[in-house]
Ligand binder design. Structure first.
Ligand code: NAP
Ligand code: MG
Length: 399
């Protein structure tokens, strides 16, 4: 059988358990079938340290050039990691660097199987979280207030005009934080959401706390509405879908009572928290896909979970772990499918869809990793190691 040919995508390798799984997926599920063409960037922490994090910047630039990227989970260093890896610096989160470069929106959707029932028993279809991936608390300026004094918000315009407001007159020590966002980024967020909703023909919900945050959050609400009215109202009508804004607390209540099958757009922090809540309620963080979509049409696919450190330490001791590789496999299939779509390469897109089907068939037949077996009470369920799971998927893929 001749292998499927493809144009290059950006490959960003990562850390720990997911780096091990990354290689296994390539060897067992991709290379035997596809003449894999990737521009390889090693975002593993040792190489980020050796290149003073230049490799992350280069990888993000490459994603803009080739339009499709696939990324392995990476360590975001903290003080303990600086010690563990003897780092020169506490490098920034690679995801934050890439998101800032692509100015995108992250769409996270659960991978549903027949075997695993969502905790919320009304949910029949996936709920996709669209997370704004720019600014807010992730780029905030913070200060530990040492004692009594006055905190002020000061803006100085390029035209010399300034705006000043008292934040608080401290009578004791405390904390202080300032956040920002930009209209251009919020507009890009809105357009990414409307485009994505049209592409998957699902309703779009958007929620903020605009009743309390009358400038910050209300700006998000107004920008979404303005762009919807001007550019998307007709298209949504034609597609038979709706755009719907509501307060975030109301949204939470409605989401829990819903049947699913829609996109829920959230500001950066809300999206971080709500995507973990939604994925856990659908079953497992290891069953969540994640794609960063930039407004100018670049796509970066990854798993929503981290490097699964606890499993990695067991792996280093020689243990065969039962780490779930599904989200990482779907990152690859997502990227290959998109490459195929953009290039009109049917064979490649079909392969990606078959790969996903083989994964679901494997789980539905009762073969699954430990995290899923725990959620599945059926007596015929077989808990397998990562390597056994990947081999079972390969068998399905071949047949
Ligand atoms: P994590 O890697 O997502 O793992 C947390 C726990 O969730 C695991 O210990 C495991 O639970 C379970 N889990 C996650 N993925 C799993 C999988 N594929 N299969 C089976 N179980 C899975 O989060 P973390 O331990 O907080 O973070 C580890 C490192 O990942 C950190 O250095 C962090 O910076 C990084 N991180 C990276 C990304 C990213 O690159 N996108 C995202 C988040 C975190 P049990 O141990 O109970 O089995
Ligand atoms: Mg998170």
């Amino acid at each position: 059988m001749s292998k499927i040919k493809m144009n290059p995508i950006v490959e960003m390798d990562g850390d720990e358990m997911t780096r091990v799984i990354w290689q296994e997926i390539k060897d067992e599920l991709l290379s035997p079938f596809v003449e894999l063409s990737t521009e390889y960037y090693d975002l593993g922490l040792p190489n980020r340290d050796a290149t003073a994090d230049q490799v992350t910047v280069d990888a993000a630039e490459a994603a803009k050039r080739l339009h499709v990227a696939v990324k392995c989970a990476t360590i975001t260093p903290n003080a303990q990691r600086v010690e563990e890896y003897k780092l020169h610096e506490m490098w920034k989160s690679p995801n934050a660097t890439i998101r800032a470069a692509l100015d995108g929106t992250v769409f996270r959707a659960p991978i549903m199987t027949d075997r695993i029932k969502p905790v919320v028993n009304t949910w029949e279809k996936p709920i996709t979280i669209a997370r704004h991936a720019y600014g807010d608390v992730y780029k905030a300026t913070e200060y530990r207030v040492p004692g009594p004094g006055k905190a002020e918000l000061l803006f100085t315009g390029d035209n010399g005009e300034s705006y000043r407001q008292t934040v608080y007159d401290y009578e004791c020590p405390g904390v202080l934080q300032s956040m920002f966002n930009k209209d251009s980024s919020i507009e890009a967020f809105a357009r990414s959401c409307f485009e994505y909703a049209l592409s998957v023909r699902q309703d779009l919900w958007f929620s903020t706390k605009d009743t309390i945050s009358k400038q910050y959050d209300q700006t998000f609400k107004f920008i979404f509405q303005r762009i919807f009215d001007a550019e998307y109202a007709e298209k949504f009508k034609a597609a038979g879908i709706e755009y719907f804004y509501t307060l975030i607390d109301d949204a939470v209540a409605r989401v829990i009572r819903s049947k699913g099958g829609f996109i829920w757009a959230c500001k950066n922090y809300d999206g971080d928290v709500m995507s973990d809540m939604v994925s856990t309620a659908f079953g497992s963080l290891a069953m969540m896909t994640s794609v960063l979509v930039s407004p100018d049409g670049n796509f970066e696919y990854e798993a929503a979970h981290g490097t699964v450190t606890r499993h990695y330490y067991r792996y280093l001791k020689g243990e065969q772990t039962s780490t779930n590789p599904v989200a990482t496999i779907f990152a690859w299939s997502g990227a290959l499918n998109k490459r195929g779509e953009l290039d009109g390469n049917r064979q490649l897109s079909d392969f990606a869809k078959n790969l996903e089907k083989s994964v679901l068939d494997t789980i539905n037949s009762g073969t699954m990793t430990g995290d899923l077996a725990l959620l599945c009470p059926d007596p015929d369920v077989k808990k397998v190691t990562t390597v056994e799971f990947i081999k079972a998927v390969r068998k399905n893929l071949e047949s």
